[in-house]
Design a protein around this ligand. Structure first.
Ligand code: SF4
Length: 306
């Protein structure tokens, strides 16, 4: 599944309190991100890039630079030197390939984004999760949130999955999402019943290589059996631009997803340096948002599933 984002592997630490101008201050951890993503926190102690020395809060006691992508590591070193003028700096995040610990909502991800487990028993060649987190799933304490980012949520125990759905059913109607992605090959009828009851805004699957197709077809059969799911809420990441991939082959996979009745979202493969070609970036943009994918201007000859 796709969830390579900053999901917090720093310790929480205790910084005590200090005084400024007679008032007792609670020291704060500034979290710094090399780039903004949909999941980046937006509170007063979350920052993107270089510090603006004229506008920083006075009570920053430590700086955590959270790096989601390996190609941002050189920039993280530059940021560490700059933020080091404010407070001691630590660099962490998935790009450092260190195993994640417990998850604190709102710390390295926006409020509502949630990890309820870490790790994945699969070994997809393009994914760093098994190397970083190990080949087993570790179930974490279930916090409150509405956007599940787990590496492989459906690899968790039934007890854990049902407990997460119980938590999600307490959230505001219509905001829940599974943007971390669900593995189609693990989808069972009882999962689909839980999803139908919850009615998430978006449920993502993944079509990374051709051998994912039979599981996706079976997943759609399960959704149809429950008379639940449309292209508006059933979405599918499609990996494009990996070594040996071509535009025609990628477009065929994206069209296949549309024909299945899911809305595709192209995910551009990047190696550790993050390099991609301009043509693949253009291709990815064209296939990234439903409004563009289904635009008449896109002139795509795709027969959608009834
Ligand atoms: S199934 Fe597991 S190994 Fe494959 S992409 Fe998802 S998290 Fe990574």
């Amino acid at each position: 599944m796709r969830r390579e984002m900053a999901i917090g592997i720093f310790g929480t630490g205790c910084f005590g309190t200090r005084k400024q101008g007679g008032a007792k201050m609670v020291p704060q951890v500034a979290r710094v991100f090399p780039r903004r993503t949909n999941a980046t926190p937006d509170d007063a102690y979350a920052f993107i890039g270089e510090p603006d020395f004229s506008r920083l809060p006075a009570d920053i006691a430590e700086v955590h630079i959270s790096v989601a992508f390996s190609w941002d590591l050189p920039r993280a070193e530059v940021l560490a030197a700059l933020w080091g003028k404010i407070a001691p700096v630590r660099i962490g995040g998935p790009a450092l390939e260190t195993r994640g610990e417990d998850f604190t909502p709102g710390l390295y991800t926006k409020a509502g984004y949630l990890l309820t487990s870490r790790g994945c028993p699969n070994c997809c060649w393009f994914c760093r999760v098994p190397a970083r987190e190990g080949n087993t799933v570790r179930e974490l304490p279930i916090r409150e949130g509405w956007n599940i980012l787990d590496d492989n949520f459906l690899a968790c125990s039934e007890e854990h999955i049902r407990a997460v759905f119980a938590m999600l059913n307490r959230q505001k109607r219509g905001i829940t999402q599974f943007t971390g992605g669900l593995e189609a090959a693990r989808l069972q009828p009882w999962h689909v019943k839980l999803l139908k009851e919850l009615r998430p805004k978006q449920i993502f699957f993944a079509f990374d290589t051709p051998d994912d197709l039979p599981a996706l077809e079976e997943a759609m059969r399960l959704f149809r059996a429950e008379e639940y799911g449309t292209r508006n809420n059933l979405r599918c990441y499609v990996l494009v631009g990996y070594p040996g991939d071509g535009f025609q082959a990628a477009e065929a996979r994206l069209s296949t997803v549309m024909n299945l009745g899911m809305s595709p979202m192209a995910m551009l493969y990047r190696d550790e340096t993050g390099n991609t070609s301009l043509d693949w970036r253009r291709f990815q943009r064209r296939w990234s948002r439903p409004a563009i994918v289904y635009s008449p201007k896109n002139r795509m000859e795709v027969t959608e599933a009834k």
